[in-house]
Design a binder for this molecule. Structure first.
Ligand SMILES: Nc1nc2c(ncn2[C@@H]2O[C@H](COP(=O)(O)OP(=O)(O)OP(=O)(O)O)[C@@H](O)[C@H]2O)c(=O)[nH]1
Ligand SMILES: [Mg+2]
Length: 247
């Protein structure tokens, strides 16, 4: 690895036209070792075209993947991360476009990875109590409950198994069989960690303060929640030997 780790930040977008330009500039300002890969699901609000303009503004540093067909966070990540592992970088981060994940934490995640000796580091909302800003009580209860549920079933060690803010060593990410994953929606994030645990990855966490989105709409739906209930069981039934495995 080079002295300064080269970091690729993968950001899925669906109707994030207003957030994306601000976000990309914040990541670019972290320095030349940072690149971005935006994966857009043919957003009706034209986020894809905004992403193309940003790619032209930061040639070689901002990349765009335009998806067509059935949309989904999990599907987008499969396509984007499969491309990410072939790129010439040391670390691959996953980060939302709505500023719930402050890009200022990216260097902490990267340090946790290489200085902390981990294969994946999670930006965690639940490391020291609860660090979530502007969530209604029912959202907080849903998230707290789903984390306890996931941990109890899968034996995952992390306090925050459903956080979408993460950083991976590229080689560790390349070991996950992304194309064989069963989940389409947010449960994809849990599946990634279960697969990482099965692959013997060292899983770390650093604290973040999560702030509810200011612009745009939430994509949380009943189908997504139902998938979140079923997927942990599917994972454990499929690979019972991985349950609670420690690196
Ligand atoms: N490519 C793609 N991106 C998506 C899709 N659904 C959500 N996203 C993006 O994934 C990230 C997380 O989605 P959010 O809607 O913020 O989900 P959330 O954080 O659970 O919910 P809120 O913040 O309350 O809206 C954001 O950057 C979204 O734009 C999708 O189907 N395809
Ligand atoms: Mg969000």
């Amino acid at each position: 690895m080079s002295e300064t780790p080269r970091v690729l930040v993968v950001t899925p977008t669906y109707n994030e036209r207003d957030n994306l330009p601000v976000l990309v500039r914040r990541v670019m300002a972290l320095g030349p070792s940072y690149q971005m890969l935006v994966v857009d699901d043919a957003s009706p609000d034209g986020t894809g075209a905004v992403a193309d303009t940003l790619a032209a503004e930061f040639p070689g540093r901002v990349h765009v993947l335009h998806r067509t067909g059935k949309r989904g966070l999990g599907r987008s990540y499969v396509d984007a991360l499969s491309k990410a592992v072939t790129m010439d970088v040391d670390a691959v981060c996953q980060m939302d476009a709505d500023f719930s994940h402050d890009p200022a934490y990216l260097p902490d995640l990267v340090r946790g990875l290489f200085e902390g000796g981990h294969d994946v580091v999670i930006g965690s909302r639940y490391l020291h109590g609860v660090s979530v800003v502007n969530w209604p009580l029912r959202r907080l209860i849903l998230s707290t409950f789903s984390n306890r549920y996931v941990r109890a079933i899968t034996g995952l060690p992390s306090r925050d198994c459903t956080s979408g803010y993460r950083c991976w060593r590229r080689e560790a990410l390349a070991r996950l069989p992304l194309r064989q994953f069963v989940s389409d929606g947010y449960a994809f994030l849990v599946e990634m960690l279960y697969q990482a645990m099965g692959a013997g990855c060292r899983i770390g966490e650093v604290p973040i303060i999560f702030v509810e989105r200011r612009e745009g709409q939430s994509k949380m739906s009943r189908g997504v929640i139902l998938e979140g209930v079923i997927v942990p069981w599917r994972l454990v039934l499929r690979h019972p030997g991985w349950r609670g495995r420690r690196a």
